[in-house]
Design a protein around this ligand. Structure first.
Ligand SMILES: [Fe+2]
Ligand SMILES: [Fe+2]
Length: 280
């Protein structure tokens, strides 16, 4: 089974490359599942119903959020009618929407996705470790589902690594999101879970974590806000990881995906890429 996980889509630049490339990559790579974090898709802050619908129509099976999930207040409402849009699962009970989604692929495989928020250097929700343990025992790999994907949205690398080891061998993929810079530690952990500390954002990397750089630099210098943060509008890099699963739902291969924009380009050598996308 083939999974593609795409990191935080930031603003129009991030949306544009996602909408342009995903339909082609999905077909060329014969992907079974595409998950995209889109907590920054609407002008850098949150997501709107229209944007969510566009990402799903382009080929995302599931869209995840994070600490910015409800920055656009309409998400508090429309998330209740879109089961493929996930906010962190460890919100206190009563939060709108869901934090977990299971769907069946065309070939009948059951894929479970959950979104969790870390607690170190962030607003602390319920314990993400306990939340994950509960979901894993309710829906274990092989008997309950055929692939189990976790978007662990967290600031601290230590928390993400500790979490990944905690679930190693029990889920297919732990994809770290939120910090917006791709890390080079993509790997298959000893018991078979694919892991990366941060997938990286899908946005313009001539920026400060996806935002036009002038205002963040000014704020560091003056400690005063002078303008709104705006997403950087240059060419974006589509950032993600590609994962190939074995029949047990554990990882056989993982590789980074970086297409377009300023970053060094990368795509899984175990999935040949079409010329058109390669030349993007
Ligand atoms: Fe983000
Ligand atoms: Fe975030």
């Amino acid at each position: 089974m083939r999974l593609l996980f795409i990191g935080d889509i930031v603003g129009r630049a991030g949306r544009t490359i996602f909408l342009e490339l995903i339909p082609r990559l999905r077909a060329t790579w014969r992907l079974d599942c595409v998950v995209a974090n889109a907590e920054n898709a609407a002008r850098g802050f949150g997501i709107t119903e229209t944007i969510c619908a566009d990402l799903l129509a382009a080929g995302a099976d599931c869209v995840t959020l994070g600490n910015h999930g409800f920055d656009q207040r309409e998400a508090l409402v429309f998330i209740n009618r879109e089961p493929r849009l996930l906010r962190p699962h460890n919100y206190p009970s009563g939060a709108p929407g869901n934090g977990a989604h299971m769907f069946e692929t065309a070939s009948g495989a059951r894929i479970l996705i959950i979104n969790l928020l870390g607690r170190v250097f962030m607003e602390a929700l319920d314990d993400p470790f306990a939340t994950a343990a509960r979901e894993i025992s309710a829906c274990p790999l092989e008997t309950g589902c055929d692939a189990f994907i976790i978007d662990f949205h967290a600031e601290a690398s230590s928390e993400k690594q500790a979490f990944a080891h905690f679930v190693d061998g029990r889920v297919s993929l732990v994809a770290g999101t939120h910090t917006h810079v791709p890390t080079a530690d993509y790997q298959i952990l000893p018991h078979g879970t694919a892991y990366i500390t941060n997938v990286g954002m899908t946005g313009d990397y001539d920026s400060v974590i996806g935002m036009e750089k002038e205002e963040p630099v000014r704020r560091f210098l003056t400690k005063l806000p002078a303008a709104r943060f705006e997403p950087a509008a240059g060419a974006a890099t589509l950032c993600g990881v590609g994962v190939e699963l074995d029949p047990r739902g554990l990882a056989a291969k993982i590789a980074p995906v970086r297409i377009g924009g300023r970053l060094p380009q990368a795509s899984p050598e175990f999935w040949p890429i079409e010329q058109e996308a390669a030349a993007y």
